[in-house]
Design a protein around this ligand. Sequence first.
Ligand code: UT7
Length: 330
Amino acid sequence: MKARISGLGHALGEQETHNHYFVDLGLETSDEWITERTGIKSRYIASEETSTSDLATKAAQHCIQNASIDKSNIDLIIVATSTPDYLSFPSTACLVQEKLKLGPIGAFDLSAACSGFSFALSTARSFIESNMYKNILVIGADCLSKITNFEDRGTCILFADGAGAALVTQTVEGETGGIIDSSLHSDGSKAELLMIPKGGSKYPLNTSITDEKSHYITMDGKGVFKSAISIVIPAIKSMLNKHNLNINDLSYLVCHQANKRILDKIANSIGLDKDKLVVNVTKYGNTSAATIPIALSELNEEKKLQKGDLILLAGFGAGFTWGLNLIEWS
Ligand code: UT7
């Protein structure tokens, strides 16, 4: 028995925000700098009232409709997020369960930053292959704008809000395709490259922390850039080698959308055709755990996914974490 993706959906923050917004905020930046160094032209920011569970629920509803499944057949919800509605508990997955009016099925959050969807998809695959569940709703959802310091030009221009959902279903006898392989990795020695330094159990929130704004994202941009490239390229090559695949066998490479320059460097280094590299960071910015399922959902909506297509998903992000899933579309 294998696991396959049988439906996809996505949702974005309400407010389309262009690069000049940051200039208008009074930051020393420009549309030219942001475009040249990141490829980003716009992103969607959630309204004050919208939280991660709202976007996750919208994406899930879109996914359920796309999968044409009776929602009572869903066995489990996994939400990959770094921006839960509430610090620690209740989980965002429980809130999504209530908003979708599902029965008392299991629902839990998973934390692997921007690699979250890759880790959650692998987790769902294992539950399905072990025959524990048949239909799992896997959601990557983040409202990074809520944990971003809008006075820090090195981070605020990158991050945005969105959610993507995939229904992961057990294949039936004789059905081909599905999730072929997964590989998950972490390197905690690189934890400080991208973090929220304070406000957790090590440095519980107090007014001096909020005054110094250390409860927001801090990032060594260059360090993250270099790590992402040096880690993801060998991981992609190793996955292809393991399955005796050539880069030309891939129909699409869907990487975490952090910076167009990172995507271009990865594609150039592995010799991938430009039209097989999925890029939407230019319109949506970096929505963390949501980037990969949003990109998949868009490919699906545009009817670009054909039965038999080989698709490689590659997430990477804080931790440092990185995770890959090789899929034969069915
Ligand atoms: O999910 C994973 C999350 N994060 C990433 O993947 C991020 C990876 N890193 C990046 O995308 C890039 O490193 C950045 C876009 C964040 C920065 O680009 P860079 O080309 O690596 O710039 P830099 O950090 O080397 O900074 C070069 C200059 C600095 O000024 P000085 O020190 O040379 O005077 C920065 O202060 O650019 C400055 N700078 C900016 N200038 C205008 C940094 N941000 C901005 C900005 N506008 N928004």
